[in-house]
Write a protein that binds this ligand. Sequence first.
Ligand code: FES
Length: 110
Amino acid sequence: MTGVSVVTWTRACATADLVENRPLGVVVDEVAVCLVRTGGELFAVHDECTHEAVPLSEGEVDDGVIECWRHGSCFDLRTGAVLNLPAIRPVAVYPVREAADDVLVDVHHA
Ligand code: FES
């Protein structure tokens, strides 16, 4: 069937595992995901910089942006857009939500 998109929520961690502005790297359905709670919102992006294969979850978060620790490229957590060199490609953004005590991510719909 075409035109039908089924969301596949998978538990990523407990809500209590997410500390404000402290990225958390998890694996969801064999996909590396960087979870961030910041400014009262929750974000999930692919946990790999698009410049080199290093985890974004080891970077720093500030004002809706995560900065790669390696060379300093910044990515918009909401859109995945890259904001400065040396990375030039956006990072994948995944749907994420909280349900009761769980954080759920859909890694199949970036
Ligand atoms: S590895 Fe992320 S900016 Fe170079």
